[in-house]
Design a protein around this ligand. Structure first.
Ligand code: XLS
Ligand code: CA
Ligand code: CA
Length: 446
């Protein structure tokens, strides 16, 4: 695929060219050490396996502000007093960045790309205008949209929720935004549409009717699904679980909660899940756990690749660099047959102290290299089969005899009692955890 270097009115990242694979011996921080897009791993190129995506909000909108101080980064695409001009510049900067990083996908919220107007009509117009520009840039660069979404959490009107807001007038505004964001996603050929329920939850049970709110949520998602399908959107709808932050309780707590909710409301044919690593850890899980729950349910949609900070409980959205996590995630993905129409979206931000423009490249390069290495190691583990053999052997008692009959539903509880009485001794079979963990280290470092 040939991609332009920059195509807007000006170059936003001067001095940085197309990032190339230079191999593990390169000391150039602006090169890939492991991500070689055309390298074949298990029958597919790295690019096809990993389907990397850049998050528009962190990389082009965030300025490093935190609750204790203002932004630290002054981006050259955000200097005008005119919001629409900044938005157009941002599109140019973004597509220059995607092209130079050689990344095939990006993701955005409606409000990342276009500023909110003074009316629903003006907001729709702003978004359509920017989407038209993004579409031109997509065509010129070959970069595609992994997913679109609507920001139903920043505007003050959403302080008590979007689809689950206790006031219908706000629910209607949430609907207007999702409708426009679905139109935008379709127009840009987006492969998925994401719902992250940022403020779909509550702070205080004394003033909240959770049953009503959850029913409203299901009704809203059903309307969005029906509208999306009616305009010809054929991609997956994805729900992104997160247990808390900004709300004290968020309804989409974790993968299993969301899977149960989707099944309860008959949405499991159209919806899958987008698993963010940092959200899984906030829920007290590991990212591989939530991924595995999705795979088991046939509902793995996509991944927001990042990591939290193990020393605190916040959503720090750091770039992924922990190789154990990346390898384990890729083992789950490979064993499941790949990411399908999902991808690895870097929902990650450079630290507040990382103020250079080139830090944006360095951060993404690190994440891409981490997952490229993880892909190679995970493929070695999965194809070698020893870990899998451990698992299979552990469950071998279900392969024949009464174990097999149990799985087939041919036994009842009295049968279990009689089988136990006839077999007073139960074996103490070692789980061999240290052995399998040592094996992972052997695969990773030998
Ligand atoms: C925030 C979420 C958000 C979603 C998209 O914590 O990660 O960015 O990915 O709305
Ligand atoms: Ca996050
Ligand atoms: Ca996310």
């Amino acid at each position: 695929m040939s991609r332009a270097q920059f195509i807007g009115n000006r170059e936003y990242f001067p001095g940085i060219g197309r990032v190339q694979y230079e191999g593990p011996d390169s000391d150039n921080p602006l090169s890939f050490k492991a991500y070689d897009p055309d390298r074949i791993v298990a029958g597919k190129t790295m690019e096809e396996h990993l389907r990397f995506s850049v998050a528009y909000w962190h990389t082009f909108c965030a300025d490093g502000a935190d609750p204790f101080g203002p932004g630290t980064r002054h981006r050259p695409w955000s200097v005008s007093n005119d919001g629409m001009e900044n938005a157009r510049n941002k599109v140019d900067a973004a597509f220059e960045f995607f092209s130079k990083l050689n990344v095939p996908f990006y993701c955005f919220h409606d409000r990342d790309m276009a500023p909110e107007g003074d009316s629903v009509e003006e907001s729709e117009f702003n978004l359509k205008t920017l989407v038209a520009l993004a579409k031109e840039r997509q065509e010129a660069t070959g970069v595609r949209l992994l997913w679109g979404t609507a920001n139903l959490f920043s505007h003050p009107r959403f302080m008590n929720g979007g689809a689950t807001n206790p006031n219908f007038a706000v629910v209607a505004h949430a609907g207007a935004q999702v409708k426009a964001a679905l139109d935008a996603t379709l127009e840009l050929g987006g492969q998925n549409y994401v719902f992250w329920g940022g403020r779909e939850g509550y702070s205080c049970l004394f003033n909240t009717d959770t049953k009503k709110e959850l029913e409203h949520f299901a009704r809203f998602l059903t309307m969005a699904r029906d509208y999306g399908r009616s305009i010809g959107f054929e991609g997956n709808f994805l729900i992104e679980p997160k247990p808390m932050e900004p709300m004290y309780h968020q309804y989409d707590v974790d993968a299993q909660t969301v899977i149960g909710f989707l099944r309860q409301h008959g949405l499991d044919q159209d919806f899958k899940l987008n698993i963010e690593a940092n959200h899984a850890t906030l829920a007290g899980h590991s990212s591989e756990h939530d991924l595995q729950m999705c795979v088991d349910a046939g509902m793995l949609g996509s991944i927001d690749a990042n990591r939290g900070n193990p020393q605190n409980g916040w959503d720090t959205d750091q770039f992924p660099s922990n190789m154990y996590d990346c390898v384990h995630n890729m083992m789950v993905v490979l064993a499941a047959g790949g990411l399908g129409s999902g991808g690895l979206n870097f929902d990650a931000k450079v630290r507040r102290e990382s103020t250079d423009l080139e830090d944006l490249f360095i951060a993404h390069i690190g994440g891409m290299d981490a997952y490229a290495r993880a892909l190679v190691i995970a493929e070695r583990i999965v194809s070698d089969g020893r870990i899998d053999a451990f698992k299979t052997a552990r469950y071998s008692s279900f392969e024949e005899g009464d174990g097999k009959r149990f799985e087939a539903g041919e036994l009842n509880l009295t049968d279990l009692r009689d089988i136990a009485a006839a077999n007073p001794e139960t074996p103490l079979e070692s789980g061999k955890q240290e052995n399998v963990e040592n094996l992972i280290n052997d695969y990773m470092f030998s």
